[in-house]
Design a protein around this ligand. Structure first.
Ligand SMILES: Cc1cc2nc3c(=O)[nH]c(=O)nc-3n(C[C@H](O)[C@H](O)[C@H](O)COP(=O)(O)OP(=O)(O)OC[C@H]3O[C@@H](n4cnc5c(N)ncnc54)[C@H](O)[C@@H]3O)c2cc1C
Length: 399
């Protein structure tokens, strides 16, 4: 099967690797001149580590990983802890994988370095996709086209492939924007705990964690914004506006923010869950089909899981594309839809506007912690529990 992947981000490169392992003929078409990721961190949760293990790449990522000791929730002003999930041995054994923090460039590099050097054609901006008698055709800005048995749209939030197959207009401005910054600390410092820390305040929250083996702290500071903010790594923000938006927050955060050199503004968009991702010989993957708020730290994780499952499904039904795509969606769509919707819900519960509402939320976190510490706070037990390596489907089970 000849397969074209549109987009060489985390999802596209992971998929290329997974498909090449199954022996498919794969070409990536990337609009940029080279592979590249934004200069920020990414949290890799156990479910994504399991997908990476299934792809044979987890050990490569561990080399550059930072291992946080816990996921914690904290009060924006006092710093008091409202939930804590320890990430030690018991956690790793329970989920059969660790929780790690890496730089995004290191994550992308794990996939890219596993690919043959000629697998990607750069400077190829796709302008549309159409079905043909024997598959699908992707057309590019330079006027060229490429015919394949399957075209996979892994072209991100503003997917041209999605729009050309399913129509445009469903991308939703969520009313959230974030500041993103990477602050060099030269090692673990006393004002930043070696944790994935969620600082929750009125109509805003901040996430801090170490990357680059502990040499820098990644900050995502989210506020609510009435006006649409672009979604781009090229939109610089002023450090002053970041400091003024978080005035009065805990002194440790102020101290950390005072080390910010460059800060970028990022508008956050999502999409209602789609009913289907595939039509004929075209399917979607990653942010192209399930763009989500980053509040459960799952966008890249879902793209990597998608990559693994799509390759498994095509491997199980190499001569029946419709069956493979049905199996892929059957496994992936319900899970990613739940993650999309629960990430939206976290946008509400992390941003409660009054101390009274926060206290009620925190009491609920405490109640859940007593029942099972794994279900407290961000409540991601069901997310981390998933193991894509267990996926298997027989033709008779397909709807
Ligand atoms: C603030 C923030 C924090 C986040 N934190 C986390 C986290 O901790 N953990 C996590 O798992 N996820 C996180 N995410 C989500 C994660 O970044 C995305 O979900 C993930 O990068 C999606 O990968 P993708 O390959 O689907 O899309 P993208 O990374 O957007 O890649 C799409 C690729 O397609 C290319 N492309 C686009 N259009 C075209 C075209 N027309 N033709 C050819 N190529 C094209 C692009 O150049 C790009 O290379 C976060 C997101 C944000 C905004």
């Amino acid at each position: 099967m000849k397969i074209a992947i549109i987009g060489g981000g985390i999802g596209g490169t992971a998929t290329a690797h997974a498909l090449l392992q199954k022996g498919f003929d794969v070409t990536i078409f990337e609009k940029a001149a080279a592979f590249g990721e934004v200069g920020a961190g990414v949290q890799i949760t156990p479910n994504a580590v399991k997908a990476l293990s299934g792809l044979g790449l987890a050990d490569n990522l561990f080399e550059s990983a930072f291992y946080p000791r816990a996921v914690t929730g904290r009060h924006w002003k006092t710093g008091s802890q409202n939930f804590r999930i320890d990430l030690g041995t018991e956690f790793r054994e329970h989920y059969d994988a660790p929780f790690i923090h890496v730089h995004r460039a290191d994550l992308l590099d794990v996939f890219v370095s596993a690919l043959p050097s000629d697998v990607c054609r750069f400077n190829m901006a796709c302008t549309g996709v159409e079905q043909t008698a024997h598959g699908a055709r992707a057309t590019f800005e330079d006027g060229s086209h490429f015919d394949a048995d399957l075209v996979i749209g892994a072209d991100g939030v503003r997917s041209v492939v999605r729009d050309s197959i399913f129509g445009s207009g469903n991308l939703r401005w969520t009313g959230h924007q974030c500041y993103r910054a990477l602050i060099p600390t030269g090692g673990v410092v006393d004002y930043v705990a070696p944790e994935s820390a969620f600082w929750m305040g009125p109509k805003a929250h901040v996430v801090t964690y170490y990357v680059k083996g502990g040499d820098a702290v990644n900050v995502v500071a989210v506020t609510e914004a009435a006006e649409w903010v672009d979604e781009s790594w090229s939109t610089r923000a002023s450090v002053d506006s970041m400091l003024s938006d978080f005035e009065g927050w805990h002194p440790d955060l102020q101290k950390l923010f005072s080390g910010v050199g460059e800060v970028f503004n990022w508008g956050l968009f999502d999409h209602d869950p789609m009913e289907t991702w595939s039509k004929g010989a075209v399917t979607l993957l990653g942010d192209a089909c399930h763009p989500m708020l980053p509040f459960l730290s799952q966008g890249a994780a879902m793209a990597i899981e998608d990559a693994y499952i799509l390759a498994e499904a095509l491997g199980q039904f190499p001569d029946d594309l419709a069956a493979a795509l049905t199996a892929y969606e059957g496994e992936r769509l319900p899970r990613t839809a739940r993650v999309q919707l629960e990430a939206r819900e976290r946008g509400r519960s992390y941003h409660l506007p009054t101390e009274k509402e926060m206290a009620i939320r925190d009491a609920e976190y405490a109640r859940r912690a007593k029942e099972d510490p794994r279900t407290t706070g961000i409540n991601t037990d069901w997310v981390y529990d998933y193991d894509p390596r267990n996926f298997t489907v027989r033709a008779g089970e397909l709807a």
